[in-house]
Design a protein around this ligand. Structure first.
Ligand SMILES: Cc1ncc(COP(=O)(O)O)c(C=O)c1O
Length: 451
């Protein structure tokens, strides 16, 4: 090639992509699409995009796609440049102002009276879940099973595996209301359960546990001495209701209203679009914080549950949460607590996208797998779940959808019993891609007529 010649443009392949080529890339990547983790699927889609020079509509990854609120950026900058925090360790239990503001937040948006010492920053809800699962695994002797209200966040399964726990699945698909509570209580009665974990709004079905269900779960946890781990990674994002007027109902539904043995994890990643700075909050029930459990002594060096969580769990994992994001989150909580609704804007944006994207799937033959919330329509949000008639397995469906430049993960990966389904995330798809998504779904539908 002469110096003036530019390299030939890689050929842009047409959709649907060549089947053999896509299957070869899948094999080369060594990915089993049936159980591929989010990151494996992400790497696979990168490889197909690169080789075929086609930009995918990426629905596999739950990355918040919206810019960080400038309030948080300014606060972080100021913490570094004026408060000079970078060279020292942050307080291990969290910056006091943040803990105080988090306590106000719990009152104003969850209607909970939580003293500041029960509000603990963690390195994302991810670390909060890990430390909570760890705590549960040590609190009931030989009880090493954890009930997962499924579908769920696939990483929690990895955390349980790492900690040597057995996941015991109860699926929301056929367990809601009293039926859910009966199934949970029957399973807990077997005696080997140390905790119950769920997310609500649920990743990925987007169902939201109702007060009666939370009340029942809280009672079971108190009665049988198991730990409730409530993952509020999508805090307030049930857009059927307005949870964002401080001090006014409705309040974010939470099991902490109903149990003394609960931890709620609030992530700042989604609701504040602040994922990269890795900060969340763990809210511990005050009674749990003070409780004593001799089972903790061996691994955590103390019987006091709060101390074990902080100094036996979080401290050896990360020592503390980096300090500048603590100031960033403090600024966001302050704004929220004083009625600035702008900080909650991401919830509306994801719902708006889902309101456009979900119908595109449904108009082209797809069905919602989790299609109602205790008989009510689901809220629009970060995820929805789909299947397509005649595809009995989500792995087969995703293998074909990849040829149409659309990615997702199987519901099986999310612990769901609905193996036919896929989880689709709206966060990375903005208005500029809706046209392409529609075209691709139409092409898929035309090529796969429903008998
Ligand atoms: C249910 C659930 N929990 C936790 C997380 C991770 O949250 P964070 O970024 O705060 O660690 C996610 C992220 O996708 C999630 O969906």
């Amino acid at each position: 090639m002469s110096e003036t010649q530019s390299p030939p443009e890689a050929e842009i392949m047409t959709i649907p992509l060549n089947d053999d080529l896509v299957q070869r890339i899948i094999e080369r990547q060594g990915v089993d699409v049936r159980s591929a983790s989010i990151r494996e699927m992400n790497a696979l889609v990168n490889a197909i995009e690169g080789e075929c020079n086609v930009r995918f509509v990426r629905m596999e990854f739950g990355i918040p796609g919206l810019p960080v609120n400038p309030l948080a950026i300014e606060a972080e900058h100021e913490a570094l440049s004026k408060l000079n925090v970078g060279h020292v360790y942050a307080p291990f239990t969290g910056v006091q102002d943040l803990k105080d503001e988090a306590s106000r937040f719990a009152k104003l948006f969850m209607d909970l009276d939580l003293p500041s010492n029960c509000c603990v920053p963690t390195v994302g809800a991810m670390e909060g879940c890990f430390a909570s699962i760890l705590l549960a695994s040590r609190m009931r002797g030989e009880a090493k099973s954890m009930i997962c209200l499924d579908p769920g966040f696939p990483v929690n399964r990895l955390q349980m595996r790492l900690l040597g726990l057995n996941p015991a699945s109860i699926d929301f698909y056929d367990h809601r209301g009293d039926k859910l509570l009966r199934a949970v209580e029957d399973r807990v009665k077997q005696g080997d359960v140390c905790g119950i974990i769920w997310s609500s709004p649920n990743n990925p079905s987007w169902i939201v546990l109702q007060e009666d269900e939370l009340k029942g779960l809280g009672r079971i946890c108190d009665e049988y001495g198991v730990l409730a781990i409530e993952d509020l990674a999508y805090f307030g994002m049930d857009t059927r209701k307005d949870y964002f007027v401080p001090g006014e109902p409705p309040f974010q539904p939470t099991v902490l209203r109903y149990t003394q043995r609960g931890i709620s994890l609030v992530s700042s990643s989604k609701i504040f679009s602040y994922a990269g700075q890795r900060i969340g909050l763990a809210f511990l029930a005050p009674e749990l914080m003070e409780a004593e459990d001799p089972g903790l002594v061996e691994r955590c060096g103390t019987a006091n549950v709060g101390h074990a969580f902080l100094h036996g769990g979080l401290y050896p994992i990360t020592a503390c949460v980096p300090e500048t994001p603590q100031y960033g989150l403090l600024a966001l909580l302050r704004a929220a607590n004083s009625g600035n609704r702008d900080v909650f804007r991401p919830a509306q944006e994801y719902a708006r996208r889902a309101r456009i994207m979900k119908p595109l799937f449904l108009e082209n033959g797809f069905k919602l797998v989790y299609d109602n919330d205790l008989g009510e329509p689901l809220s629009d949000g970060f995820y929805f779940t789909v299947s397509y008639p005649a595809f009995d397995h989500g792995a087969d469906l995703i293998r074909v959808l990849l040829r149409y430049g659309i990615s997702a993960i199987t519901l099986e990966t999310a612990g769901s019993s609905r193996v036919e389904g896929l989880r689709a995330c709206v966060s990375l798809t903005d208005d500029s891609r809706f046209g392409e998504l529609e075209e691709r779904l139409k092409a898929f539908h035309a090529d796969h007529p429903i008998p």
